[in-house]
Write a protein that binds this ligand. Structure first.
Ligand code: ADP
Ligand code: MG
Length: 374
């Protein structure tokens, strides 16, 4: 029943093509992909080469990107904990990759994943009974906000990051909504997006100054033997990794930039500790690292996109991002399928059994996560 998979975090590098503004300013491309796995940056100190699990060049389409991602969506439906996140400086294409462009003429990973989850479920309705829930959070100025409640109410709502006995992270107190179709899931997503904090900076007019976390859980009950699998898909669009000075941020925006930098540097510390196999990993230093604890060095199948711009004017940030991503590549996760037997699932269904009883019973009845599901 338990399928183990030890594996490195996979890192894909995506290069954004030069924008009209960059070209009109006289910038030139300094990034090139040698093959599907290697990227080079032309620096004043010579050509620097980096290797990743995949390099998606300037002409890569949203379809190309999703092709390599769809297997992970299958894993989430199968009962694995899956995390896909995008890292990079503002304007490098994180939101384009994760969400898509503004009018969704070029939908990104999130809308495609919503569709794929329901397509996979549709193909398996004769064998499984499925349920899908979602929650949506924004980490803004060190505060975790529930995007399914209106912004004024969200400020007074306390969300705590907790871990279940299997080490799976969940957001205690966050609203979870059930979705019966890809359309419903997408409508919930749009509703959440409308509650986000967005400010204009010099580098990217609509850059998001907060981290966006979309969580989707898939419960599947095997109709033959009654066993239940719980899959979790976390889709994370991180805020920009650049230094505050370059974006021209002031006052409120500087505060935001500082707190973004704080959480990303905490993420950097966690990545450093994991990649150098330190005994202590400082997950607790920041809410972002607490939230991503099961995705980095935990039990998730994790894919990181490092988004970079090809332009000469972003060269320093590009090098920093690529070095950061190189560290992430070294981290090993231990992915495990989350399943529980029919008996345990039934006990949970009827309620009245405390976690201790369920734990003891699970020792007799088989492996599985014991956590409070919505
Ligand atoms: P970020 O989220 O990293 O700040 P965005 O995803 O908002 O950056 O991208 C900045 C701009 O570049 C947007 O107008 C976006 O549509 C465009 N863009 C990003 N990546 C690509 C790409 N691969 N192809 C075409 N346009 C892109
Ligand atoms: Mg963005």
């Amino acid at each position: 029943m338990v399928e183990d998979m030890k594996g490195k975090i996979r890192v894909f590098c995506r290069i954004r093509p030069m924008s009209k503004v960059e070209l009109s300013r006289g910038s030139s491309p300094v990034v090139d992909c040698l093959d599907d796995y290697s990227v080079t940056v032309d620096t004043p100190r010579g050509l620097k080469e980096f290797q990743f699990d995949k390099v998606l060049g300037m002409i890569s389409s949203q379809e190309d990107v999703f092709q390599d991602v769809s297997r992970l969506i299958q894993s989430a439906v199968d009962g694995f904990n899956v995390c896909i996140f995008a890292y990079g400086q503002t304007g490098s294409g994180k939101t384009f990759t994760m969400v898509g462009d503004k009018d969704l003429r070029n939908p990104g990973i999130m809308p495609r994943a919503f569709r794929t989850i329901f397509d996979i479920m549709q193909e398996n309705t004769s064998k499984f009974d499925f349920k899908v829930w979602t929650y949506m959070l924004e980490l803004y100025n060190e505060r975790l906000l529930d995007l399914f409640v209106c912004p004024t109410d969200a400020l007074s709502k306390k969300i705590e990051i907790k871990k279940d006995k299997k080490g799976l992270v969940f957001a205690h107190g966050a609203e979870t909504k059930e979705a019966a179709s890809a359309e419903e899931l997408f409508a919930l997503f749009e509703q959440g997006c409308a509650n986000r904090h967005i400010a204009a900076t010099k580098m990217n007019l609509e850059s998001s100054r907060s981290h966006l976390i979309v969580g989707i859980t898939v419960e599947s009950t095997n109709l033959t033997n009654g066993s239940v699998n719980y899959g979790k898909l976390s889709l994370v669009d991180l805020a920009g990794s650049e230094r505050a000075a370059k974006t021209g941020a002031r006052d409120d925006q500087l505060k935001e930039a500082n707190s973004i930098n704080k959480s990303l540097s905490a993420l950097g510390d966690v990545i450093f500790a994991l990649s150098t196999e330190q005994a202590h990993v400082p997950y607790r230093n920041n809410k972002l690292t607490q939230l991503m604890q099961d995705s980095l060095g935990g039990n998730a199948k994790t894919l990181m996109f490092v988004n970079i711009s090809a332009s000469s004017c972003s060269m320093e940030e590009t090098l920093t991002s690529l070095m950061y991503a190189t560290r992430v590549k070294a981290i090993t996760n231990n992915a495990q399928k989350n399943s529980e037997s029919k008996e345990i699932a039934q006990l949970r269904e009827v309620g009245g059994s405390d976690e201790l009883t369920l734990t003891i019973l699970s020792l007799f009845l088989g492996p599985g996560p014991l956590r409070a599901w919505p």
